[in-house]
Design a protein around this ligand. Structure first.
Ligand code: TXA
Ligand code: MG
Length: 317
């Protein structure tokens, strides 16, 4: 059920229920971090393994001290620069934060979402919200209330419109003096490095993911997806198949008859493309195609982030 009533959403959360939460990145599956019942329900409906911890959403910088301690100065600097916004910090957790939320880790992932409805809701309740992306484990993240509704029929979803960023938050942790990016996301390395200095990128690791957003197979549509440097070759390769093309800015001329194409940004704007990426994947995934061919984006800024997400959604060819 999609609702617009913030009071109603707050009352469900107060009663240890869970809701679909709009944020500027993607929709979350949110519950009271202090309610074991709510947290268990999140893992259960998402079919998420218990070893994969949740992000905690707070309403203000002041609230950080309720869940985290020994916050390094560089983390404070980053928080001041990017909060509210799509930057998640991994910080030493206070004992009050249950192991269930952090999967037994000593750190808690935290951010302030930059979305008026999410903030209004957080201001009406007196606890932070744990919220992973509101998709079943391993599937495409939702950027519209209706995507969440398609995944979880019985869930109450607070409608906040289309997510403006459309890509998950960037996750950053700290080790000694080192600043480590664990997941590429809406805030790019070009934005982080002027503030944090040189960062290390640990964004790929199959065997023991620090942040399972790093699992190399992730965010996948049901339809097989390939990422193409040159579209033409792959169209040849799949010429007798039903093809969906996901293109950056230019339409593809000479499209085979049974093919469809979605253009992410006719103006070559990477932010616009990012905001539309997951919706385009949701749309293509509904068409019973044999293959989705995604054009590789320019390997810079958000283009690099989107290429990373597409690679994780792709199959080997
Ligand atoms: O933009 C976002 O971050 C969205 C919105 C709803 O805020 N949330 C989101 O959550 O993408 P989720 O659960 O889909 O991805 C969070 C990632 C997971 O890969 C998880 O493993 C990692 O953050 N994570 C959470 N807590 C962690 C911790 N203490 N240490 C390492 N990784 C952590
Ligand atoms: Mg996710």
């Amino acid at each position: 059920m999609i609702i617009h009533n913030i009071e109603l959403a707050a009352s469900v959360l107060n009663e240890e229920g869970i809701i679909g939460l709009p944020t500027e990145t993607v929709y979350g599956l949110a519950g009271n971090i202090f309610s074991e019942k709510a947290i268990k329900a999140i893992y259960q409906i998402k079919q998420r393994p218990l070893f994969n911890p949740l992000i905690v959403h707070i309403k203000s910088f002041e609230d950080l001290s309720t869940i985290a301690e020994e916050v390094p100065p560089i983390a404070i600097k980053l928080a001041k620069a990017f909060w509210p916004g799509p930057l998640t910090l991994l910080l030493k957790k206070k004992p009050l934060v249950a192991d269930l939320v952090t999967s037994g880790k000593a750190t808690v992932a935290v951010r302030i979402p930059d979305h008026p409805i999410a903030l209004a809701l957080l201001n009406r309740i007196d606890f932070p919200l744990a919220a992973p992306s509101a998709n079943p484990f391993g599937m495409i993240s939702p950027t519209k209330a209706k995507h969440v509704n398609e995944y979880f029929k019985d869930l109450m979803i607070l409608d906040g419109g289309e997510c403006i960023n459309g890509i998950e938050s960037t996750i950053i942790g700290f080790q000694g003096n080192e600043v480590i990016v664990y997941r590429l996301g809406s805030i790019t390395l070009d934005e982080i490095e002027p503030i944090a200095g040189k960062v290390s990128l640990i964004n790929k690791n199959d065997s023991a993911p620090e942040a399972p957003g790093m699992l190399s197979k992730h965010y996948a549509p049901r339809t097989p997806l390939v990422v193409a440097e040159t579209i033409q070759e792959l169209i040849q390769q799949f010429k007798n198949k039903k093809i969906g093309l996901l293109l950056f800015s230019n339409t593809f001329e000479g499209l085979p008859e049974n093919a469809v194409q979605i253009i992410l940004s006719p103006n070559k704007n990477l932010s616009e493309a990012a905001s539309k990426l997951y919706d385009a994947l949701h749309q293509l995934d509904k068409l019973n195609l044999d293959i989705i061919i995604a054009e590789k984006l320019p390997e810079e800024g958000l283009g690099m982030v989107m290429n990373d997400k597409l690679r994780r959604a792709s199959v080997e060819t």
